[in-house]
Write a protein that binds this ligand. Structure first.
Ligand code: SF4
Length: 369
């Protein structure tokens, strides 16, 4: 029962109503508390002025108001991205990134959240994989990443050009692309999406929430059958040849490209929605014209757009390097000539190891032994 988690940020209004009813209190109080916390960012029960004094005291006594995460470090990139290191109550460190848009989009902010501590899938280009898998994050710990970042923005309103915009409009996109494989922690991920998108709270449009997977096919099928999920789906694809993809992403041995494609063909996409295919261009690994043609074949019959992402090495011993500009241009041209929509991403925060595939705690665990 999620409402037994006393750090409560992962509770939906229904969970809050249950919590109040089990104490003989009217359920609607739960909606009021949810709105204080999520819409207004109030995490002091004594500031909830529409509750009685004894109710505020009960909330203060029974629940943990300090939050499930503490801000351990903040690193600012020259491109404006900020990487946060958050400590968990059991002594681990997770990372999230706040990424501002550029030019006309400078007031648009994306947050990349983590869903697990470490990751079991072992992609060879990814820093998180070097940590191994430590544990799943709770829904409260996922939502807390957003809350802590909003708190950080609230402390510097001019720096973020927040103006008179309400807190519910400060962030534009939330992407589950940080540490971990979200589909291996699906219940907590979906619970966090339900909380973040609830109209009584942050009211974050599910169209602006993206869940990214390395291709965990059972999770894709489970997500496909989930009636409440209407967010965006992204696939970390990176190669359309089974041999190469297995080398980059060992999960491909278990769920090869044919299985992934079948699951994607069956995925119930809302009208006009497309699946995003993430493709990191690695020099002489997956960036030739033949690789581009394989990508075109894989995408035929699927409603997709392609995100081409530059590679950023995460350590001196990295076995990969980024594709040179000419090769990247030829790759892009070939995809576009076949009618695919291609977006060339500039990976934000590379100088602070906050770019795609670079998130990893430098301390494996700070838990007491
Ligand atoms: S890329 Fe994603 S799925 Fe692969 S190891 Fe890294 S965090 Fe895990």
């Amino acid at each position: 029962m999620v409402w037994s988690d006393p750090t409560f940020l992962g509770w939906t209004p229904a969970d809050w109503r249950t919590w109040f009813s089990t104490r003989g209190r009217p359920g609607f109080r739960g909606d009021q508390v949810f709105t204080w916390i999520h819409r207004f960012g109030v995490t002091d029960p004594f500031a909830m002025t529409n509750l009685s004094k004894d109710l505020r005291e009960e909330l203060a006594r029974e629940l943990v108001w300090s939050g499930p995460l503490s801000v351990e470090r903040v690193q600012r990139s020259v491109d404006g991205s900020i990487k946060f290191g958050f400590g968990t109550a059991d002594g681990h460190l997770i990372e999230s990134v706040l990424i501002p848009g550029s030019g006309r989009d400078r007031r648009k902010f994306t947050v990349c959240v983590s869903s697990q501590i470490g990751c079991a899938l072992g992609c060879t280009f990814c820093a998180t994989a070097t940590m191994g898998f430590l544990r799943d994050l709770s829904a409260s710990e996922i939502v807390a990443q957003i809350h802590e970042i909003l708190k950080f923005m609230a402390a510097e309103p001019d720096a973020w050009d927040l103006g008179e915009r309400p807190r519910t409009q400060w962030l534009t996109n939330i992407v589950y692309m940080g540490m971990g494989e979200p589909l291996l922690n699906l219940p907590a991920v979906l619970q966090s999406v339900a909380v973040l998108s609830d109209p009584a709270g942050l009211d974050f449009s599910s169209r602006r929430i993206t869940i990214s997977t390395a291709g965990w096919v059972p999770g894709l099928r489970e997500l496909a059958g989930h009636p409440d999920f209407s967010g965006q789906l992204a696939i970390s694809l990176h190669a359309c040849d089974d041999g190469i993809r297995t080398r980059l992403m060992p999960v491909n041995r278990r769920f090869p490209l044919a299985d992934l494609r079948e699951a994607l063909l069956e995925f119930p996409l809302p009208a006009r929605r497309r699946i995003t295919m993430e493709y990191i261009l690695l020099a002489d690994v997956n960036d030739s014209p033949a690789h581009a043609r394989a990508l075109v074949r894989f995408c035929s019959g699927l409603r997709v757009k392609i995100n081409l992402i530059p590679y950023h090495a995460y350590g001196p011993a990295s076995q990969f390097s980024a594709s040179p500009p000419a090769r990247k241009a030829a790759f892009t041209e070939l995809l576009q000539a076949s009618g695919l929509t291609v977006i060339e991403r500039s990976s934000a925060g590379a100088d602070i190891d906050a770019a795609c595939g670079q998130l990893a705690s430098s301390e494996k665990s700070r838990a007491p032994q």
